[in-house]
Design a protein around this ligand. Structure first.
Ligand code: OOG
Ligand code: MG
Length: 258
C-alpha cells in the first residue's frame, strides 16, 4: 500500500512564495515522487487561496481556463479548469498596473459575467444563466508561477490556473454573446478571434463552471464575477496599453507600467 501523501501545505506554500517573491518555480509533478491527482491539485489550490485570505484578501469571483481550442493548443492542456479571483487581482478599467508584480505576464481577451444570486451547489442541473445579471468585455492577466509557463494539467490547477489580474469593461444587460468578433491589441501585437471559440458559445462556460463547482464545492456567490476563459491565445503583456474590443459589448483597457 502506498502510504505517502501529498504535502498540500508545503506545495501551496511554494506556489504562494513564488507569487509573492515574483520568482518562478518548477513543476510540482516533476519534483514529487508520487503522482499529483486532480483532487490533490484542487486541494493545493484551496490551500493557496486560504493563505491569501488569511493575509486579508477576499474572494471576488472565479475564472475558467482552457475553454477555447486556441488556449488548449497554446498551453497543451485540453480540459476545462477553474481558479479563483481575489480583490487584489482587480484592476479598474483604464487603470495602471505595475508589471514588476508579475514574473512573465500575458494578457488575454475574456467575457465576464456577474452573479446576482448565490448558485445552489446541490443542483448541478440548476439554471445558472438565470443567476447572471450582467455581462462585460474583460481581459485577464495570467502569470504562471512555473518557469517558462511550462506545466501539467495538475500543476496549473494547483497554481490557481495562472490567475494574476483582471480588468472588466462596462457592464451590460445579460445578452447572447455568441459569435462576437474579438480583438486584443498590446503594443504592436494584435490577436483576433470570436467568442464562438469559447466552447462554441460563452454561455456553455457557465454550464461547465456549474458542473465543476458542484463537484469541487467551489462557492458561487451573489456579486461575484465569472471569467469565461480566453477566446484567443494569450499575448505577452509588455509596457503600454492593452486594449480589448468585443463587437457589441465595447472596449476595456489597462496600462502596463514597466
Ligand atoms: C492557464 C490559464 C488559462 C484561459 O482563459 O484559458 C486561462 C494558462 O494559460 O497559463 O486563463
Ligand atoms: Mg483566462
Amino acid at each position: 500500500m502506498n502510504t505517502k501523501t501529498i504535502d498540500v501545505t508545503a506545495l501551496s506554500a511554494r506556489l504562494d512564495e513564488a507569487q509573492r517573491t515574483v520568482t518562478d518555480t518548477t513543476s510540482l509533478a516533476a519534483s514529487h515522487d508520487i503522482g499529483i491527482g486532480v483532487d490533490d491539485a484542487y486541494r493545493i489550490q484551496n490551500a493557496l487561496i486560504d493563505r491569501r485570505l488569511a493575509r486579508g484578501e477576499s474572494l471576488v469571483g472565479v475564472k475558467l481556463g482552457f475553454t477555447s481550442r486556441a488556449k488548449m493548443a497554446q498551453m497543451g492542456v485540453s480540459e476545462v479548469i477553474v481558479g479563483r479571483l481575489t480583490d487584489t487581482m482587480r484592476i479598474p478599467d483604464g487603470g495602471n498596473v505595475d508589471l514588476s508584480r508579475f514574473i512573465h505576464p500575458k494578457i488575454e481577451p475574456e467575457i465576464a459575467y456577474r452573479l446576482a444570486r448565490d448558485v445552489d451547489l446541490d443542483d448541478p442541473m440548476g439554471d445558472i444563466e438565470s443567476c447572471v445579471d450582467a455581462v462585460a468585455p474583460a481581459m485577464e492577466i495570467i502569470d504562471s508561477r512555473y518557469r517558462d509557463f511550462r506545466f501539467t494539467y495538475t500543476d496549473v490547477v494547483a497554481d490557481n490556473t495562472s490567475a494574476a489580474g483582471y480588468v472588466i469593461g462596462p457592464w451590460l444587460e445579460p445578452q447572447d454573446v455568441a459569435n462576437r468578433a474579438v480583438r486584443l491589441d498590446v503594443g504592436a501585437e494584435t490577436v483576433t478571434g470570436s467568442t464562438a471559440a469559447i466552447l462554441g458559445n460563452p454561455v456553455r462556460a457557465l454550464h461547465a463552471l456549474l458542473d465543476i463547482s458542484c463537484r469541487r464545492r467551489i462557492p458561487l456567490r451573489a456579486g461575484e464575477v465569472i471569467l469565461a476563459g480566453a477566446a484567443t491565445a494569450a499575448i505577452p503583456f509588455t509596457a503600454g496599453t492593452a486594449q480589448c474590443d468585443i463587437a457589441g459589448l465595447g472596449r476595456v483597457t489597462v496600462k502596463g507600467i514597466a
